[in-house]
Design a protein around this ligand. Structure first.
Ligand SMILES: NC(=O)c1ccc[n+]([C@@H]2O[C@H](COP(=O)([O-])OP(=O)(O)OC[C@H]3O[C@@H](n4cnc5c(N)ncnc54)[C@H](OP(=O)(O)O)[C@@H]3O)[C@@H](O)[C@H]2O)c1
Length: 256
């Protein structure tokens, strides 16, 4: 049984990008804490496999939704389906994201826009849809998945750094406007966790060594090590926490 304040029984959560990577970890953590989780991604087979896996663990998914977070009409349609099927939403985890790794002078307008659309604009759009459901409920939790690159910078990911930094501003903007409605808005800023997205970093011995040696804990994080933060922000334990960013990075940002 989860501790009081961390029990999400009866709560409905949507985790974007939960077909793999960190999103799948967030979905499992929320489900283990008692939430009914709607899985999301674009790959039907991956979503079905994840839904089967949750069912096998005795924490069946509340459903799956397939849409591109950068496609406004598709997002609106998906939320209409969600409203029709469930009539409410308690927790939104804006996790889906992407990056383009190129030096600034090789980054095209399209590269820039693709990352800003997925990592920033989509989070605004999905949050707005979620808030339309949460305001009448007088309760809700919105959790953005940012990055330590919302605090720091390194070469070759300019749009990603701008998007994640912008996300921290969006967290504050939504937090102050919706606090009076019983809705909290926060972010988690992960350090380095192994997923498909950063396979190129792990494949490059120089970059991999840099990650390990820059992290005081001397290793990459395990996706499950983000579970505590998401359950905390999703539950009553964080009832007075809004507009903030929780960093989970093995000490990376504490170190010079
Ligand atoms: N891994 C890390 O070390 C790390 C560190 C800091 C922050 N983060 C953040 O954590 C989040 C997840 O990263 P990850 O490493 O788990 O990435 P990942 O393994 O590439 O997974 C990305 C997920 O997002 C979905 N997605 C991407 N673009 C989408 C779109 N346009 N529409 C719908 N779904 C989309 C993917 O679904 P499909 O199957 O449809 O592609 C997939 O489920 C991102 O916001 C990332 O910036 C990750």
């Amino acid at each position: 049984m989860p501790a009081p304040g961390f029990d999400l029984s009866g709560r409905l959560a949507l985790v974007t990008g939960s077909s793999r990577g960190l999103g799948w970890g967030f979905a499992q953590a929320l489900a283990e804490a008692g939430a009914s989780v709607i899985l999301h991604g674009r790959d039907a087979a991956a979503l079905e496999a994840r839904a089967r896996s949750l069912a096998e663990r005795g924490t069946p998914a509340a459903g799956t939704l397939r849409f591109d977070v950068t496609d406004g009409p598709a997002v609106a349609k998906a939320f209409a389906q969600l409203r029709e099927a469930h009539g409410r939403l308690d927790i939104l985890v804006n996790n889906a994201g992407t990056t383009v790794r190129k030096p600034v002078l090789e980054t095209t307008d399209d590269d820039w826009q693709r990352v800003i659309d997925a990592d920033l604009t989509a989070c605004f759009r999905l949050s707005r849809e979620a808030l339309r459901l949460m305001v009448p409920q007088r309760r809700g939790r919105i959790i953005m998945i940012s990055s330590i690159m919302g605090h720091l910078a390194r070469p070759t990911i300019p749009a990603y750094i701008a998007a994640k930094t912008g996300l921290h501003g969006l967290v504050r903007a939504l937090a102050v406007e919706f606090a009076k409605h019983g809705i909290t808005v926060n972010a988690i800023a992960p350090g380095y966790f192994p997923t498909e997205a950063n396979q190129p970093v792990r494949d490059d011995p120089t970059l991999n060594d840099w990650v390990v040696s820059s992290t005081p804990m001397g290793r990459w994080g395990e996706p499950a090590e983000l579970g505590g933060a998401v359950v905390f922000l999703a539950g009553e334990a964080s009832s007075y926490v809004t507009g903030t960013v929780i960093t989970v990075d093995g000490g990376f940002t504490a170190s010079l």
